[in-house]
Design a protein around this ligand. Structure first.
Ligand SMILES: [Cu+2]
Length: 488
């Protein structure tokens, strides 16, 4: 599924700069890309100024993890000043939650924002009902909602994440900083090469940068294209430097927590050994020169630092299509290549060995479908000269159930994108295995402009009513979402 054609690029930088005033933005960007000198031989790129930091980790014990997440506006340190963001417990990203299959997770969500919010555990195969992963709940300002999630005993190990899912404000709240990682571990993580690797969670975001809430303002064009910021952050830090050692395997676990930005990642002089997609472990590492991560997607990579030096992790140009030029909007394609982070490698000697078998390949056999279904992701003209974003020609209505399925059914979905821009489709609760490339289970799959993808979904074990939607979150907020109910 290749859909990249850089000659269709539409610059968006002008758009962002207009929000802050050009001078202010330039000053901010300069202030946080201070380079430092190193003694590393023949660096191929200057390492960034900041070290690689990871969010605080909270681990379950005795089968339980209970915590409070307080969503609030916060002035975060930024250069010599501050930047306005939404945070969980004062930080963006929020804490990383480490769980094991069979655990119970309890989260007391306190809403200190001035709008409704709620919580979605993206990718977790848990109940979408009651006070579990129920995105129909809304938590009003000043209110607290307790969520309880029972992680099934057979839940796969992997990387998942949490973020708000209150229809209409999801793009704004996620873009402003509300996101955090969830890691489920099991025996698979004990494979020797993986257990001894340097494990890092990378939460990628591109928040609007500025000192007050005015940075959250968007135009209709921004929302139609899907809002993008100009500054890419890794765990809240711009262009961090990863300190790596020859012979020590790096395990990088990426979350694309941007509202709309796609990341087409490549690391100088190092292949990326992909071992998992959205919470779906591969049977063996798959070597890639680059990796495309659409909003909501995750990927786990092994990197074997080979020689001393500094190497850039780049977000290459990617065109996710759009109607920016047509509609006077913008912000839907990367105008240029960006260095997301650097890896500074020291030491010499032999490189680290890779694991061979990661998972019983039997878990990646496509189930035979008993039904097929076509979903059409589309765009059309709406009133007032804007565009509507639809699934099967319809805009989201939480009171309408679009798909009803009996538990135990396996379906094959053909997801057709009839529009001129990519849309990543996310299905809550039930995992999808791509038919054309069944290398790992997924919960978010990019459907390139004017293309289609086929997936198989086993609607087993978990029942309930939830949603599927475009994970360009502005599109979801504008109605590119449907309701699915699985009955037991
Ligand atoms: Cu979309």
């Amino acid at each position: 599924m290749t859909s990249s054609s850089p000659d269709r690029l539409i610059p968006s930088r002008r758009h962002f700069l207009a929000l802050l005033g050009v001078g202010g933005a330039t000053t901010l960007l300069a202030a946080c890309s201070t380079d430092t000198t190193t003694s590393t031989p023949t660096p191929t790129v200057d390492p960034g100024g900041a070290g690689f930091v990871q969010p605080e980790v909270l681990r379950s014990s005795g089968g339980r993890l209970e915590l409070t997440l307080r969503a609030a506006p916060t002035d975060l340190p930024w250069g010599d000043g501050t930047r306005y963001a939404f945070t969980y417990n004062g930080s963006s990203p929020g804490p990383t939650l480490h769980l094991r299959p069979g655990d119970q997770l309890t989260i007391h969500l306190e809403n200190a924002l001035d709008a409704d919010t709620n919580l979605h555990t993206h990718g977790l195969r848990v109940s979408p009902s009651g006070n579990a992963d129920n995105i129909f709940l809304r938590v009003a300002p000043g209110e607290t909602q307790t969520y309880v999630y029972d992680i099934p005993d057979n839940h796969p190990s992997g990387l998942f994440w949490y973020h708000p899912h209150s229809h209409g404000t999801v793009a704004e709240q996620v873009a402003a900083g509300l996101a955090g990682a969830i890691v489920v571990t099991d025996a698979i993580d004990d494979i020797a090469e993986i257990a001894t690797s340097n494990e890092r969670v990378w939460i990628l975001s591109d928040p609007p940068i500025g000192t007050d809430a005015s940075i959250l303002a968007t135009t209709r064009g921004d929302r139609m294209s899907g809002r993008q910021g100009d500054t890419i952050l890794v765990n809240g830090v711009e262009r961090p430097d990863v300190d790596a050692v020859v012979g020590e395997l790096e395990r990088w676990r990426f979350v694309n927590a941007s509202s709309s930005r796609y990341y087409r990642l490549a690391l100088d002089d190092h292949p990326l050994q992909m071992i998992a997609s959205d919470g779906g472990r591969f049977a063996a590492p798959v070597k890639k020169d680059e990796l495309l991560l659409a909003p909501g997607e995750r990927a786990e990579l092994l990197v074997a630092p080979a020689t001393a030096g500094s190497f850039a992790l780049r977000a290459l140009r990617y065109d996710r299509g759009g109607m920016g030029a047509m509609m006077g909007g913008g912000g839907n394609v990367e105008p240029e290549e960006v260095v997301v982070a650097t890896m500074t490698v020291r030491g010499d000697g032999a490189g680290a060995g890779l694991p061979t078998a990661l998972l019983d390949a039997g878990e990646l056999v496509l189930p035979e479908p008993s039904a097929t279904r076509v979903l059409e992701l589309g765009m059309g003209m709406a009133g007032g000269g804007g565009m509507s974003f639809t699934i099967d020609g319809k805009i989201f209505d939480g009171d309408r159930t679009d798909i009803t399925i009996e538990a135990g059914t396996v379906e094959e979905w053909e997801i057709r994108n009839t529009s001129p821009m990519d849309h990543p489709l996310h299905l809550h609760v039930w995992a999808m295995l791509p038919v054309d490339d069944p290398v790992g289970w997924k919960d978010t799959i990019n459907v390139p402009a004017r293309e289609s993808v086929r997936v198989r979904i086993a609607f087993t074990e978990i029942t309930g009513r939830t949603v599927y939607h475009c994970h360009i979150l502005d599109h979801e907020d504008m109605g590119m979402m449907g309701v699915i109910e699985v009955n037991g």
